[in-house]
Structures are given as structure tokens and as C-alpha cells.
Design a protein around this ligand. Structure first.
Ligand SMILES: C[S@@+](CC[C@H](N)C(=O)[O-])C[C@H]1O[C@@H](n2cnc3c(N)ncnc32)[C@H](O)[C@@H]1O
Length: 323
């Protein structure tokens, strides 16, 4: 009952008032920047597709520059924006490191953080919310092949496999990550639950090894903040070219208010300082929805990308090619 109530609240969500005020300013500045940079981004995207090695760096650097221009443009829009932007600059910490990502961290502690994160995602209904965004892209007429990038311990991929089994959905899910160690945790859980799930090591930034048409949908959940802004644009461009039906990228939204919520959840509910630490670091590294929108809208497919805030505290990027 507690979970159901929580999920109802989560589906409505509350966006921080400062974010709402700044969202329209960000939207206006980002449209100007798209106009300014799209032609160049499209040219670089074509070279990236042709396999030109320098193109990746060029796209990343253009996207990083555009994001900086967005942040500067918002900060100089009016007095209120300047005030919020000054606070936000202090809050933003793209270089902060989660304990989970420290190679020297004791494996027991890492596993406990991962398990708490997974329980939180199930409790808050996040995995179901992510799946809801995928449903319109599923094939009505046969198996839908889904490639999940930067899956970590495959929490979302396992959830997809569980739902596929319980609802009789025809999903073929492949969880990937650059870390074989994380994938082994997912493999063990899939085996323990008798779930059908493929797991493989894959660089999310280079999908040139995939067969054409190998996957219908490419997903990436809760991992974009692990990549420098420029590489998020590269990853989106790369996924769009490789996916047959569409791309769904979801990550958290930067928020001090949610950091307070997660501190309470981490300490009072899970009683886990490590989980609290990593949640707060993530909330300082996340992008705002309009920032991700800019990074995903630079390419020539940009206008087809749906980019928005997704309650309770996520950002969605979705390109649906199935229609
Ligand atoms: C927060 S974790 C995974 C989150 C997971 N998708 C979820 O929803 O719970 C971020 C993951 O990104 C992976 N990662 C970072 N850079 C990567 C890259 N270039 N290619 C593939 N995976 C990468 C890390 O190994 C880590 O497992």
C-alpha cells in the first residue's frame, strides 16, 4: 500500500519552482542555439557515420560549447535567472565521483549500494515509468529487440525481462556495459530468477560492431551523467543511427530539493550513508531536461526528438521512428 501511494505521488511529481521559472528561459535560449549550431552538427554527424575518427571529438566539442552557451545565456537573461544560475553553478559538480565508481571500493560496499539503488528504483516505480516510455515503440507483430547501454548491474534490463515474462510480452533484451564485473552481477541475478537475458561488454560510445538492424530500440537509463556533456551528444547520435525503431534515454534531473529527499531516504529508510552519498553526487551531476534537449537536438533528426521533464525527477529523450 505504501508502495502504491508512493508510486501515485511519483507519477505526478513536483518540479522545483526555480526550475519551472527557468525552464522557459532555457527553452528560448536553446532554440536560438539549435538554429545556430544545427548545420555544423549535421555536417559532423555525417562524417561520424562515415567513420571519420576526428568527427567524434568535433561533435563532442561543439556540443560542450553549445551547453556552455546555454548556461551563460540563461544566466544573463534577467535578474532572477542570474540569481538561480549563481546558486546552480555552486551546486553543479560534474567532476564529483560516486563511491560506486571507485575501483578501490570494497566489493561488499559496492554491492550494497547497487542493491539499495535497485530497491529504490523498484520501490519508487522508476523501472515501470521507464518501461511506459518504451511501450509505444514496441513491435506489435513480433519480438522487439532492445539494447540497453551502460546497464551497470542490469537492473532495468532484468526488470524488462521480468515484465516480459509476467505480461507475455515478446522482448529480447540485451544488457551491456563497459564493465564486465557489473554485468556478472546481472548474469547471476538473471540465472537465479530463471530470466532470459543476454549480457555483453559494449562501449556505449561506439556501436560500429552492431549488425545493421540488429536492435529495434536502444535505451540508456540513469547513466548519462556518467558521461561528459559532449559525449552524451555523441552517444545519442550513435544510438539514433543504430536503432531500427527508436531511442529512449532517461536520466535524473539536477535538483537540490530531491537531494534532500534522497538524504532522508538513504539515512532513514535504507540506513546507508554510501547510498546517500552516491544519490547526492548524482543529483549534483545530472543535467536539466532542457540541457539534454539541446545535446540531443543538435543533429539533423533533432526536431523528431521528444525531450521533457518526466515526473518525479527524470529527463526523457525519445526518438520514435516506428510511425
Ligand atoms: C549509474 S551506472 C548504471 C545505471 C543503470 N543503467 C541503471 O539504470 O541502474 C552507470 C554505468 O555506466 C557505465 N559506463 C560508463 N561509461 C561507459 C561507456 N563508455 N560504455 C558503456 N558503459 C559505460 C558504467 O560502467 C556504469 O555501470
Amino acid at each position: 500500500m505504501l508502495q502504491a501511494g508512493f508510486r501515485r505521488w511519483a507519477r505526478r511529481g513536483v518540479r522545483v519552482p526555480g526550475d519551472v521559472l527557468l525552464a522557459s528561459t532555457r527553452g528560448r535560449v536553446l532554440r536560438e542555439l539549435q538554429e545556430r549550431h544545427r548545420a555544423e552538427a549535421t555536417r559532423i554527424g555525417a562524417r561520424l557515420r562515415a567513420g571519420e575518427p576526428a568527427a567524434r571529438e568535433e561533435l563532442a566539442s561543439l556540443a560542450t560549447r553549445a551547453l556552455m552557451e546555454l548556461r551563460r545565456g540563461v544566466a544573463s537573461a534577467n535578474l532572477l535567472s542570474r540569481l538561480f544560475s549563481t546558486v546552480d553553478r555552486r551546486w553543479l559538480a560534474p567532476g564529483a565521483i560516486e563511491l560506486m565508481d571507485m575501483p578501490e571500493l570494497d566489493e561488499t560496499r559496492r554491492t550494497r549500494i547497487i542493491e539499495a539503488l535497485d530497491r529504490w528504483n523498484v520501490l519508487s516505480g522508476s523501472y515501470d515509468l521507464f518501461l511506459d516510455e518504451l511501450r509505444p515503440l514496441l513491435r506489435p507483430d513480433g519480438p522487439t529487440r532492445i539494447l540497453d547501454l551502460a546497464s551497470g548491474h542490469a537492473g532495468f534490463a532484468l526488470h524488462l525481462s521480468r515484465v516480459a515474462r509476467s505480461e507475455g510480452l515478446d522482448l529480447r533484451v540485451t544488457a551491456t556495459d563497459r564493465s564486465a564485473t557489473y554485468l556478472e552481477v546481472g548474469r547471476a541475478r538473471a540465472a537465479a530468477e530463471g530470466l532470459c537475458l543476454e549480457l555483453r561488454v559494449q562501449d556505449a560510445l561506439d556501436l560500429s560492431n552492431l549488425e545493421p538492424g540488429e536492435f529495434d530500440i536502444i535505451t540508456c537509463t540513469q547513466a548519462l551523467h556518467h558521461f561528459p556533456a559532449g559525449l552524451v551528444a555523441v552517444m545519442f547520435e550513435t544510438a539514433v543511427r543504430a536503432a531500427g525503431r527508436g531511442v529512449v534515454f532517461i536520466d535524473g534531473s539536477r535538483s537540490a530539493m530531491h537531494a534532500a529527499t534522497m538524504t532522508a531516504v538513504g539515512h532513514l529508510w535504507f540506513r546507508q550513508p554510501d547510498f546517500t552519498h552516491d544519490s547526492v553526487v548524482s543529483l549534483r551531476r545530472f543535467f536539466y531536461p532542457e540541457e539534454l534537449e539541446l545535446l540531443a537536438h543538435l543533429g539533423d533528426w533533432g526536431d523528431g526528438v521528444e525531450a521533457r521533464w518526466m515526473p518525479p525527477n527524470h529527463c526523457l529523450l525519445r526518438l520514435d521512428r516506428s510511425r
